[in-house]
Structure formats: C-alpha cells, structure tokens
Design a protein. Structure first.
Length: 371
C-alpha cells in the first residue's frame, strides 16, 4: 500500500478527530489498523498484543512487541514503530504524556471492558491527565466507501469464490456430509491461493437450511433437498461473500416455489440499488415481495451488509438506522426464506454501488438444479 494512500486515509481521520475535538485516536481493531497503516498482523483474541496505532496531527505511532517489530517496519513505513518491552497498558500513560495527548479517542465498539478499565486505572495511578473518549465508528465509516484499489481487490476476491462455487456441480454428490462439502470448498480455495476463508463455510442441507447461520454437520446430502452454501474467501486482505442454494436432482415443488420467490425478491432489490437510495429501500422491496408470496414471517434477517476488509461491515441494508448509499460502497443482497422443520433457500450476490445502479460482482456463478 502506497504512502500517498495511507496519507489520504490519515488525513480523513484527522478531520474527523478535529470535529470531535480529539487529540488522537487509539486504533486496535485489526481491520482499522490495516486500513490506516498497512500493518497486516491479526490477533486471535480481542487484544492489542500484535500492535495498535496512536494517530494524531503530529504523530503516527505503531506500538507492538518484539514478535512483530520487523513486520511492522516493513509494512507500516509511514509510522514510527515503538517496540514495547513490558506491559503495553502499563507503559501507555507515559507514551500519551510524552506526545501531549489530552483527549484520546477509543474504538468503543471493539475495545473490551477489561482493557479499558486497566488503561483507565493506570492513567489515574500515574497521574497523567488524559481524557478517554468513545469516538464511535469513525474509521469504520471511512471504510464504507472503497477506493479504486480496494474495489479491484474485492472484485478479485468475488471472482475467486465464484469460480470455487461454480465448480461444485463437478464434485458434489449425494451421500457427502455437510462437513465434507465445507472442507472440500475450503481445501479447493486454499489450494487455489486464497489467504483463508472469510468466515467458516456454511453448508446446510434439508431441514438444517432453516438455520441462517447453520454449522455444517455429519448429515448426509439427499437428492431433491435444498443445500444452502454460503462461502467467501480473503484475498489480498479483502473478503468475498456469496450464497447459492443448490439441488441434487429434481427439487421438491415446495422448495422450487420458494426458490422462485427468493430470486424474484433478490432481483427486485438489486434493481433498487443505486447511489442516493436509502439503505432501507432495497430491504423493503425484497421483504414486500416475500410477504406477498405468504412467506414474510420466514425472512428473519436484514437484506445485506457491507463487505471489505471485514466480511460484515457498513453499510447495512436494513430497516434500522438507514443511511444513503454512496458510489464505491460494496454490499450484499441476500434474501432468504427459512421454514422450521423443512429447510430454507438463500441467494446472495455482492454488488458495487454506482450512480446508475448496482454492479453485480458474483454473477458468473450461475444458479443450479443438478439432475
């Protein structure tokens, strides 16, 4: 990532901090940290152990420990690297005092209470005058609109997972378990060069398809039943996310009807997406279509979400907290019908929001009823 790109992002952040009268921001969320610095390390838990940023008008600091120092120097060349030898929280107040920070913005949507209270107590104990201020989703809001290089990275990730799903008719057979199908997808993705899966694959057949976030089980796939496959990969840091509902052999009439309703709802929602439209509008369009068909009670989640460095990020296509879609946003459109005890159907596309409409990024997969 170029220094100029990092500079633009930092500049945008600093303007937001000025609006909130903050001297600096403490960045620990891995996606935000990568977005602002290029540093790619990740933490398996909600901690700041691999590294965190302090960003202010006069300084760009990356705090890490010796395990990550060389990586930080290589990846975050716009930042001054500080290798913390002891307890970061214990040393943090003096670092803030040294740079003259009086009001520090915190990622309150990510920072865990235990870390916050430790930091607050250490600041009080050491007599450093720093006010800790929740700053909300400042960086996440900046990430909603993708730059050209991000769009190309997401496009490549979408194309990658589309190719994996498109191959499924070549190897998916009755008698395979959901776990085996999930592993086959992940194995093919990794062997083809994915950094990893964007999230654990969802493979839900028959009645299990009524669970929107089902975990693959030992259940064997049976001809004629719906198989919900929701998968995505991470490629060059950026995620993809797509869902298809497949059938081995001729589907039951009940599920074929549901499939048609979901597809109609999806197409109408896609047609409603363009810059300037409120995020609740496509959701209402899809929900209305499904409700008119008599399945409104079985559509139990929002229509979609943003995708980028994280699988789920802003904006949300939802009735709650609507906002205006802007050019450069990337969202999913994933209506579904889930009937307890029977199964479900979900179809999901990724779209790039443009002035004139939504560009579908996952359209090359196709839709399958496999005889």
């Amino acid at each position: 990532m170029s220094d100029s790109c990092i500079g633009v992002r930092i500049g945008n952040l600093l303007r937001k901090l000025e609006e909130k009268r903050l001297d600096a921001a403490w960045i620990i969320q891995p996606e935000n940290r990568r977005y602002l610095s290029g540093f790619t390390a990740e933490d398996p838990q909600l901690t700041e152990s691999s590294g965190s940023l302090i960003v202010g008008e006069e300084y760009r600091l990356l705090l890490t420990d010796s395990r990550y120092t060389e990586q930080a120097k290589k990846e975050a060349q716009s930042f001054d690297i500080i290798t913390v030898k002891g307890d970061l929280i214990g040393e943090f107040p003096q670092i803030l005092s040294k740079i003259g920070c009086k009001r520090l913005g915190l990622e309150d949507g990510y920072l865990i209470w235990a870390t916050y209270t430790r930091l607050r107590d250490r600041i009080e104990e050491q007599g450093v005058k720093v006010e800790l201020v929740p700053m909300g989703s400042v960086v996440e809001d900046l990430r909603k609109i993708k730059e050209d290089q991000e769009i190309e990275a997401i496009r490549a990730s979408a194309k990658f997972i589309a190719a994996i799903v498109k191959q499924m008719p070549q190897w998916l057979t009755p008698g395979m378990s959901e776990k085996e199908v999930a592993w086959e997808i992940e194995d093919r993705a990794r062997r083809s060069g994915a950094e990893g899966m964007a999230f654990p694959p969802i493979v839900a057949s028959g009645p299990n398809g009524a669970l929107p976030h089902a975990v693959p089980t030992d259940k064997k796939i049976v001809p004629g039943e719906p198989i919900v496959v929701d998968v995505g990969v991470r490629l060059n840091g950026y995620c993809s996310d797509t869902t298809r509902t497949l059938f081995l052999g001729k589907p039951d009439r009940f599920f074929l009807d549901i499939y048609k309703v979901v597809r109609e709802a999806q197409l109408k929602a896609i047609d409603a997406i363009r810059a300037g439209v409120s995020t609740d509008v496509p959701d209402k369009v899809a929900r209305k279509t499904i409700s008119r068909a008599g399945y409104g009670q079985y559509f139990c989640h929002a229509l979609g979400h943003g995708v980028g460095l994280a699988t789920h990020e802003g904006p949300r296509l939802s009735p709650r907290e609507p906002e205006v879609l802007l050019p450069g946003m990337v969202v999913t459109v994933e209506p579904g019908i889930y009937v307890p005890g029977k199964g479900g159907v979900r179809l999901e596309e990724m779209l790039l929001v443009r002035e004139t409409g939504g560009e579908v990024l996952t359209k090359d997969i196709g839709f399958y009823v496999m005889e």
